[in-house]
Design a protein around this ligand. Structure first.
Ligand code: ADP
Ligand code: ASP
Ligand code: MG
Length: 441
């Protein structure tokens, strides 16, 4: 069985939905089809939520009607028969009557916020499955809220997902196409929740891992993982193969084509992930697997992650302060704040964090046994991925040479053999990505 995920642009126009029907029925593999919301919908729903949080109820109601008009015209082009259209209109009426009811509820809580933003995937999947029905394709809609679970820390529970999926799939052994929602899940309180922005990729990988699929395919608007950010750098090119570890580094450090955690479940269960282009299905895309056939390339790709904060921590005790690192990291652990980069000298440590929700508390606790400098905000981590064997001379030199003229605050080299990370001021990111493209590829 395969898991195929289609992102927002791949379902964002009626003709795109027509082509993905052709894609999913183009071969005989049984598939779980994970869909995102139509492009623009999640942003629109979040903007409605913003208006409601600001008590701008009329503004929110106007935005709801504007969004509904988009869906009204979408279904007129999606369906080919009057029965199909009536079904599509019914789906829209049902979901929008729920959305309108959320607009009226006061106060607007986080629970309602999550229910509102889930509507994008609930709409797209019902519309697409009704289209498959209209076209006589044997399919079923499997509600993700019945099997996608996160724990109290917002982390997916793969074993629970596996067990629940097994149960809900049982009655559908005869179905070739199983449609479900990306992104949405339930939390331990049983409420609707989600896997954060871009989370449909993560759903696909969790589902693929849970059923031990033969392959997970992520269909998007570009022909695979490129060697650099195509939104910022010209002349980027697709990479044919990546290892799980290489792809995980790129996703975590900012390659937007994949949600940062996508690779973990696939890697855990050994399921290959293929990135494909809906607009050019013949393009080979990128295969992500345990091993690659081509191992000679030194520099494979570059990505960057924004909004990084750097903390500078000095020991107040003098030399040989063993136990110092442990005490520091216990504090980050206590506040569930991952550290991305680290540099040490004998009595000082610099670290970077992405999540600053608990920064003040972390600073207060560190301040009890350390001197702290003022943090640096708005930094970017530039991550360079490749084969950086310790026996291979000149690798760091090439990176630093390419970066000549751009100030570097921190360097991390040797954490693994496939990553070099640099911390720079966020405003230098575009310049750095372009300079590395020139110098490394
Ligand atoms: P979807 O809606 O299908 O999930 P996304 O917009 O989330 O699609 O991801 C695809 C986009 O990621 C591409 O259009 C591209 O602009 C961007 N992107 C950023 N970095 C990379 C990269 N290294 N390789 C490919 N695409 C990238
Ligand atoms: N619709 C969600 C978002 O826009 C999830 C996704 O597209 O992957 O973030
Ligand atoms: Mg995405």
């Amino acid at each position: 069985m395969h898991v195929w995920k289609f992102g927002g642009t791949s379902v964002g126009k009626p003709e795109r939905m027509h082509s993905i029907r052709n894609l999913v029925t183009g071969d005989s593999t049984r598939k779980i089809i994970v869909l995102s919301a139509l492009s623009g919908t999640t942003n629109a729903l979040l903007s409605i939520a913003e208006s409601l949080k600001a008590n701008q109820v009329d503004e929110a109601a106007e935005k709801v009607e504007h969004l509904k008009a988009h869906y009204d015209s979408f279904v007129r082009e999606l369906y080919k028969t009057s029965e199909g259209l009536a079904k599509g209109q019914q789906i829209i009426e049902n979901e929008f009557s729920f959305i309108r009811s959320l607009v009226r509820i006061r106060p607007f809580t986080l629970k309602q916020d999550k229910e509102l933003v889930a509507e994008g995937e609930l709409l797209s999947t019902q519309m697409f499955q009704a289209y498959l029905d209209e076209q006589g394709e044997k399919s079923v809609l499997l509600p993700a809220l019945e099997f996608m679970r996160i724990d109290a820390d917002g982390e997916p529970e793969l074993d629970v997902i596996e067990q629940k999926l097994r149960e809900v799939l049982k009655p559908h052994i005869d179905k070739q196409l199983i449609v479900t929602q990306g992104f949405i899940c339930r939390n331990p309180r049983g409420e609707v929740d989600n896997l954060k922005r871009g989370g449909s990729d993560y759903t696909a990988s969790l589902v693929g891992g849970a059923i031990r699929a033969e392959e997970i395919q992520i269909w998007t608007d570009i022909d695979g993982m490129h060697n650099n950010d195509p939104r910022i750098v010209k002349n980027t090119f697709p990479i044919r193969e990546l290892t799980f570890d290489e792809a995980a580094e790129l996703a975590y450090f900012g390659a937007k084509i994949l949600h940062p955690s996508t690779i973990t479940p696939a890697k855990m269960r050994g399921v290959p992930v293929r990135l494909k282009n809906t607009i050019d299905p013949q393009a080979p895309g990128t295969l992500i697997a345990d091993k690659v056939t081509e191992t000679g390339t030194v520099f494979k790709a570059v990505a960057a992650k924004d909004n990084i904060t750097a903390l500078y921590i000095h020991s107040t005790r003098m030399l040989n302060a063993y136990g110092f690192l442990r005490r520091i990291f216990e504090i980050f652990e206590k506040y569930k704040t991952p550290v991305d980069m680290l540099a040490t000298s004998e009595v000082s440590v610099s670290v970077t964090i992405d999540n600053t929700d608990n920064l003040a508390a972390i600073q207060a606790e560190l301040g009890q046994f350390c001197d702290l400098e003022e943090p640096d905000y708005d930094q970017s981590i530039v991550c360079i991925v490749g084969n950086f064997s310790a026996d291979h001379p000149g690798i760091a030199l090439r990176v630093l040479k390419a970066m000549e003229g751009i100030p570097i605050r921190m360097i991390s080299y040797g954490g693994t053999e496939n990553n070099i990370s640099l911390l720079i001021l966020g405003k230098h990111k575009a310049e750095a990505l372009n300079a590395l493209n020139e110098g490394l590829f």
